[in-house]
Design a protein around this ligand. Structure first.
Ligand code: FES
Length: 121
């Protein structure tokens, strides 16, 4: 495993996707409250630059006798792909569509620095 230092934690504003390059791979890094997520900026659908998409909280909806209720899950950030708007969890890389999962990386903070753990291919 390779650990890459991508900078001081203060360089990552809350709820903002920042693009970094680590070992030739573009990775989106996002601080979300007390957590930091990292995922490869390549959509598993058709290889769009995923982390150039739209950051938001996960939404869920359900039918009720009065119509449709929509809930926002503030603790679950997602990125919407810029090409077809598929939604991917920053936490797990999963999407609504089975078999399509963005690659995520473990992140640590040590000494005020953001460290991404890259797995060997
Ligand atoms: S390329 Fe990302 S959803 Fe199609």
């Amino acid at each position: 495993m390779t650990v890459v230092d991508v900078g001081p934690v203060d360089d990552f504003p809350d709820r903002t996707m920042k693009l970094v390059e680590a070992n030739g791979v573009e990775i989106g890094v996002c601080r979300w409250g007390s957590e930091i997520f990292a995922l490869r900026s390549q959509c598993p659908h058709q290889a769009a630059p995923l982390c150039h998409g739209f950051l938001q909280t996960a939404l869920s909806s359900r039918f009720t006798p009065d119509g449709v209720e929509v809930d926002a899950h503030a603790e679950e950030p997602v990125i919407l792909c810029p090409w077809h708007r598929w939604e991917f969890s920053l936490r797990s890389g999963t999407s609504f569509w089975p078999g399509y999962r963005a690659r995520t990386y473990p992140v640590d903070v040590a000494g005020g620095r953001v460290l991404i753990q890259l797995r060997r291919a």
